[in-house]
Ligand binder design. Structure first.
Ligand SMILES: [Zn+2]
Length: 140
């Protein structure tokens, strides 16, 4: 006799005894092996322990990837929003932001490029500017 850990198509785990591995295959084919929980005859051998361990190890990584995807999607949305609703002033960003802050230019939403130095001096002068990371272009 041999015992197999089995699982049905609804995810119930159970054990059953068979005369041999072939006997299990035959009975499963004949749909005479049924889940004691739900009666389903769609039964297969449960994954071996190492496979379960490997799945568990992958889980945090997948979460990490989906978190990164969400952040990326958010930044992409933000950038799309800016491109639709704000004026691209390009490399003149720091200059324009400063003019707006001191009332020398009409206040509006702008976006553009600023060097690290420019961004820092804007911050020191108390001019609100949000750095937006450069995103890799989509290849989809
Ligand atoms: Zn079941």
């Amino acid at each position: 006799m041999i015992r197999f850990a089995l699982t049905c198509d609804r995810g119930h785990d159970f054990d059953a005894w068979f005369a041999s591995g072939d006997a299990f295959e035959d009975q499963a084919q004949a749909r005479s092996v049924v889940c004691p929980c739900c009666g389903s005859a769609a039964v297969r051998k449960a994954p071996m322990a190492p496979a379960v361990k490997r799945r568990r190890a992958e889980a945090p990584l997948k979460r990490e990837v989906s978190k990164r995807k969400k952040t990326y999607a958010f930044l992409k949305d933000l950038r799309a929003h800016l491109q639709a609703n704000a004026e691209d002033v390009g490399p003149a960003f720091a200059e324009e932001a400063r003019k707006m802050h001191y009332g020398e230019a009409e206040t509006r939403s702008i976006y553009g490029e600023a060097s690290l130095e420019e961004a820092r001096s804007l911050q020191e002068e108390g001019i609100p500017a949000v750095p937006l990371p450069v995103l890799p272009e989509d290849h989809n």
